[in-house]
Design a protein around this ligand. Sequence first.
Ligand code: SF4
Length: 379
Amino acid sequence: MQSQAIKTVEFERPQMELGSSCTSHAWARVPETPTPQQKTELKERIKRLLKEQQAVLVAHYYVDADLQDLAEETGGCVSDSLEMARFGRDHPAKTLVVAGVKFMGETSKILSPHKRVLMPDLDATCSLDLGCPADEFAAFCDAHPDRTVVVYANTSAAVKARADWMVTSSIGLDIVAHLHAQGKKILWAPDKHLGSYIQKQTGADMLLWQGSCLVHDEFKGVELELLRQQHPGAKILVHPESPEAVVTQADVVGSTSQLIAAAQSLDADEFIVATDNGILHKMRMAAPGKRFIDAPTAGNSATCKSCAHCPWMAMNGLRNLAEVLESGSNEIHVDAETSRKAVVCIDRMLDFAAQRKANVRPSSDLAQEQKLFSGIGPA
Ligand code: SF4
């Protein structure tokens, strides 16, 4: 392994008992950037190894553009975490190489227990996962036994093992609307901004864990207003992990896939984008000729801990990807008991998504959902 720099990472850690949060510290390894010639060699090496090992590369929209391109060139996929989970499960490859963060590798392993799942760096984590330890979460659930437990995908396998439903940002609104229509009260974890957005859209009774994503938490409403004044024709695309002051200025609020689709379909030449800037690579491919501007994380009201790029997503590089394929190291393992429990909430979500796609939703949900979809647009 090459020597790599270590970056200190600060994030907000909820203190549920006190109802507040504190600043916590973590770290991320910064991979060396290969030279153009090294890039070409590494890509060829990875393509050969993927073939030899009957492996497929599954990458998230937030990882490096080279990895995204490589995934598509080699028959893998670049997508949000819902599609990553589905794609890995349904693909015939013997090995899944997940370029993303650890919970994505765990979810792939849970859904494909007989496949080998490798990741470029097993220490690539997520502030939402770090901020929701399984034992504290279990105590929170124990204190509210009357609530249906809904967790976001960005959680450990152990937290999912305690949940009734898992959701991603592309389907969380629909699932909570469905549960609300059934009269269920919800315990939501871990992202407070996404939870609060869904609560407002659905009117559901939701008790929220107070976690946040260190990238989206940094977008600033005041600075976004100033930037909008400089770009009056720009449409504002916002991921709902962002704070309310940012979400309320959005033309479209949605998951990564939904924001890419909006960039393609909306009649505008300029967009201000409030999500990890790794997504801009895909947006530029999907909508060539349009201009994309990062939403501000800097300015008078900012501390800029992330500058709109996840330090853990950035740990995925061409070099460590080639190395894990060669060595077989960095394999994801989830113990059988945790996996057996966690798969229940993941399968529930996938079944719900499949039913929605096939349009066999319970008719009682339709009126409620129509109301919600009209609410996704200018917020
Ligand atoms: S961008 Fe945010 S939510 Fe996504 S992995 Fe990084 S810290 Fe977690």
